[in-house]
Design a binder for this molecule. Structure first.
Ligand SMILES: O=C[C@H](O)[C@H](O)[C@H](O)COP(=O)(O)O
Length: 249
């Protein structure tokens, strides 16, 4: 398969999992909207349901880009407020392992994504067939870092064995990439993360490291493509055993 064909196939898979997830949303829900190339078709399809089927929902997005897209497709948006909890958040992932532990932040939205995921009763991941891995870490682990702290964060991450690379702006490579909060992004090349929980605890001790892209114990289910078919995975449950759609609580 050529690389163009592979990209086309992944784009089709993103549409498929996005459509499946859009079918999970019900009237009256407060919905968290993820970020990235898999969350985007979900937002578009959800907007279509709002416009064409009169689906009544309210949503908050995990990035400025997703917020703009959601408003454009007609989803009613609400601002963060105390006590706000989301019935369902749908988001992408850069890697997911069999326990549905995730690496996220390839698009730089990890901080808001973790805030919304933590404020959600149900985090549903949507992912094409390239995302499932046996062990996390091949995808570089993103960190959001306060600019002043950058040199010391780089030292600390290097000491943990995760060769750090400061992310550049993909449209302006002479500039550093910035998160929606104006912070910097550092991609840490661990290659294999044997103990995600231990690493997460160590990263949290680094001053100026605002958030890391390890999402542990947050995802309740994932809609993925495996062997050419859409599958629903749940933490610790095989695809075969999880056949059918996990019911929302
Ligand atoms: O910061 C971005 C997010 O964590 C994305 O959800 C993640 O990078 C996956 O994005 P995509 O669906 O484009 O692969």
């Amino acid at each position: 398969m050529s690389s163009t064909e592979a990209q086309t196939q992944l784009a089709q898979e993103k549409q498929l999992v996005a459509a499946t997830a859009a079918g999970w949303v019900r009237d009256g829900m407060l919905v968290g909207l993820g970020t990235g190339s898999t969350a985007a078709p979900f937002i578009e399809l959800l907007g279509q349901r709002v416009r064409e089927q009169g689906l009544r929902i309210q949503a908050t997005a995990t990035s400025k880009a997703s917020d703009e897209l959601a408003r454009r497709v007609g989803i009613p948006m609400i601002e963060p407020r105390r006590g706000l909890r989301f019935n369902l958040t749908v988001d992408g992932a850069d890697e997911l392992d069999p326990q549905l532990r995730l690496i996220k932040g390839g698009g730089g939205a990890l901080l808001r994504e973790k805030v919304i995921a933590t404020a959600s009763d149900y985090l549903l991941i949507v992912a094409d067939s390239s995302k499932a891995v046996a062990q996390l870490g091949r995808f570089p682990l993103p960190l959001e870092v306060v600019p002043f702290a950058l040199p010391w964060v780089l030292d600390a991450v290097a000491a943990l064995g995760g060769a750090p690379v400061v992310r550049v702006n993909k449209h302006h490579p002479e500039q550093l990439a910035q998160s929606d909060q104006g912070n910097l992004l550092v991609d840490c090349h661990f290659e294999a993360i044997a103990d995600p929980q231990g690493l997460a605890l160590q990263l949290k001790t680094i001053p100026g490291m605002v958030e890391h892209g390890l999402f542990l114990g947050l995802a309740r289910a994932a809609v993925v493509v495996q062997n050419g078919a859409v599958q629903v995975l749940r933490a610790g449950v095989s695809a075969a055993a999880a056949s059918g759609f996990a019911e929302l609580p």
